[in-house]
Design a protein around this ligand. Structure first.
Ligand code: C2E
Ligand code: MG
Ligand code: MG
Length: 616
């Protein structure tokens, strides 16, 4: 579980605009084009008119090439064209022979007749099926069977070619899923923005946008869900900027925004902040309510770089900085990020090997029951002993493990190691303590998670009643139905469940009543100096009171001082965890630490005691 990935404390209301629609693109508009737009009016010829009169009409009007023939009800019955008349009247004596005949006798009787609402696509198919002769003659257009006009084959051809060109342009320059410009068009627009900014001496901003945990949504909720999410996401981005700015999709869940003609640099930050707010409004996708967040990196021309390639790199580096600092936010580029990006890439590669090289270990932080003064549990906290950099905090590498998928094998190792250690302590004669293990959202949503937990219990022979899994609020918010099913399966084994860092996410306490959760871990940000911050004290009091009435147990995290502890005690919180009692301790030191307590495992005087020797 990653406490670092949750920063917002806002409660968000459901947004009723369901956003199911696809982005309209020029193609879809073209698809609705009908023959009406090809139509022109040609005076129709009554079927009883004599051939000579018709011939005279064609002689008088040199532009007349084809004319429709209609009956008394204005219904087209045939077609006459200049070619057919010439063929008949060109021969000797033809005029004498045919002039009295009615046009109905010599007209073409199988013209293409189409309704005015026929689509251009259908007309093209009809023409092909009817034979290309009709391309030369043209088509008669009717409305409710009555003649209204004609269209020429030439016009149809022109229209189709133009549409094909548009289609090819669209395919080459726009993202087919979301309808926003693709990488090619983005590069073009970026170059334009760059040239214009140089000419006008105005700034422009490049913003890299990445959906947080998209891979995880895609893997767990399916690709069509993921596609729909991207469509809605693109729509929200587009709605957050001016029409003259550009949103483009570079691939996957990576988007970029170009904000042109910035009168002041602060405007880019305002837009970034507005995008974050817009994006995290709950969305309804495939009848499922989902809340997503995004990480944005902003680079400004010419402030941060005066080259196009440089700006791209810098916006990207700023975005990664946000990812590493808990996602769901934006950052303006800073030179410090260049270094951290290089570091991040090498850390990712090294983390891949850390597990095999035995560089990971677990530290254990005691949890104390206040009324009995007893240590009743420990939380297992992961540590990475990097061969060169020394001890690296999970704050730094858990987000990398989550982004890269390494969290799955790492999380499995953590659970196995914690359970194995528990069994070993029991063998060594330590009292049975509850052992809390952090579970990342990605790990929890993985299909084989339950089976994996079950196997670890079997392999390590731990009594599952002593395992407590710590989940985040976002786990329960993303997919409530599936979550409850998995939680119930875990509970059926006897496992306890806790919500970690409570108060930093979006869930409400009443929401948690629907979940089989045992404990709430009140986030340490509320505990810090609680005795001096009335708002925090009020929140903690409310959480404890409501949690108590719902039958949930409470533990306060991050208690560092006696003043904080006393305040927590006053509000009747049952348990605490924090540096005041002990920092997280390596496994091999924990036994000694525990034996330093009184024989019954309690603190001699927890409230007056100095901190137990610290170790990190
Ligand atoms: P968390 O689960 O909320 O763990 C509590 C964090 O608060 C730990 O940081 C702990 O050392 C720290 N802490 C405890 N008491 C105090 C205190 O009195 N004052 C202060 N300032 N800090 C205190 P740590 O070990 O650096 O872990 C940070 C986060 O990394 C954890 O937050 C958890 O979200 C994540 N994490 C740690 N181990 C694992 C793991 O095995 N798996 C996963 N998925 N995440 C883990
Ligand atoms: Mg935890
Ligand atoms: Mg926590």
């Amino acid at each position: 579980m990653n406490a670092l990935t949750r920063t917002t404390k806002e409660k968000v209301l459901f947004d009723p605009d369901l956003e199911r629609g696809y982005i309209n693109c020029s193609l879809s508009q073209n698809q609705s084009a009908t023959v009406k737009q090809l139509m022109h009016f040609v005076e129709p010829i009554p079927v009883q008119l004599r051939c000579l009169d018709v011939l005279n009409l064609f002689i008088e009007d040199k532009t007349l090439f084809t004319a429709p023939i209609i009956d008394d009800n204005n219904v087209p019955v045939g077609l006459i064209d200049r070619g057919r008349l010439t063929e008949i009247f060109f021969k000797p004596y033809a005029r004498d022979l045919h002039h009295k005949k009615l046009i109905g006798e010599i007209m073409t009787t199988d013209p293409v007749i189409v309704d005015i609402n026929t689509s251009i696509d259908d007309l093209a198919n009809i023409t092909i099926n009817a034979g290309m002769r009709h391309m030369a003659n043209g088509f008669i257009i009717v409305e409710s069977s009555a003649y209204v006009g004609m269209a020429t084959g030439h016009k149809l051809l022109e229209e189709i070619t133009q549409r094909k060109q548009q289609e090819l342009y669209f395919l080459a320059h726009y993202d087919q899923l979301t309808g926003v410009p693709n990488r090619l068009l983005f590069k073009d627009r970026l170059l334009q923005a760059y040239q214009q900014a140089k000419r006008s001496e105005k700034a422009f901003a490049l913003i890299f946008v990445d959906l947080d945990r998209f891979k995880h949504v895609n893997d767990t909720l399916g690709h069509s869900f993921g596609d729909q999410l991207l469509i809605n996401f693109a729509k929200r981005l587009t709605s957050s900027i001016r029409g003259s700015d550009t949103v483009a999709r570079l691939g996957g869940d990576e988007f970029v925004i170009i904000l042109q003609n910035l009168s002041e640099a602060g405007h880019a930050e305002q837009v970034a902040s507005a995008i974050i707010d817009t994006v995290r409004r709950p969305m309804l996708i495939c009848e499922r309510e989902i809340q997503i967040t995004a990480s944005l990196g902003v680079a400004l021309f010419p402030l941060h770089d005066d080259t196009v390639d440089g700006l791209i790199k810098k916006a990207d580096a700023a975005m990664y900085e946000v990812k590493e600092n808990g996602r769901n936010g934006y950052a303006l580029y800073s030179e410090r990020y260049d270094h951290s990006q290089i570091q991040r890439l090498s850390l990712e590669a090294e983390l891949g090997m850390a597990l095999n090289n035995n560089e990971l270990s677990l530290f254990y932080q005691p949890q104390v029951h206040l009324s009995s003064n007893q240590v009743i549990g420990v939380e297992a906290l992961l540590r990475w002993h990097h061969p060169e950099q020394g001890l690296i905090s999970p704050a730094q590498f858990i987000p990398i493990a989550e982004e890269s998928g390494l969290i799955i094998p790492i999380g499995e190792w953590v659970l196995h190691e914690a359970c194995r250690q528990h069994s070993e302590w029991v063998r060594q004669g330590l009292p049975r303590l509850r052992i809390a293990v952090n579970v990342s959202d990605i790990q929890f949503r993985q299909k084989g998670f339950f089976a994996c937990v079950k196997k670890i219990i079997g392999d390590t022979r731990i009594d599952p009643n002593y395992i407590e899994l710590e989940l985040t609020e976002s786990v329960v918010m993303t997919d409530p139905i599936q979550t409850v099913a998995t939680l119930n399966e875990l509970k059926s084994l006897g496992i306890k469940l806790a919500i970690d860092d409570f108060g930093t996410g979006h869930s409400s306490l009443s929401y948690l009543t629907r979940l089989p959760v045992d404990r709430i871990k009140i986030d340490q940000s509320f505990i810090r100096n609680i005795q001096e911050v009335p708002a925090n004290e009020a929140i903690v009091r409310a959480i404890i009171a409501m949690g108590g009435s719902l039958g949930l147990e409470m533990i306060a995290e991050g208690v560092e001082t006696l003043a904080e502890l006393e305040c927590i005690k006053r509000h009747l919180c049952q348990e605490v965890q924090g540096y005041y009692f002990s920092r997280p301790i390596p496994a091999d030191e924990f036994k000694d630490w525990h034996q330093n307590l009184t024989q019954d495992g309690s603190y001699r005087s927890a409230l007056d005691m100095p901190c137990v020797p610290l170790c990190q």
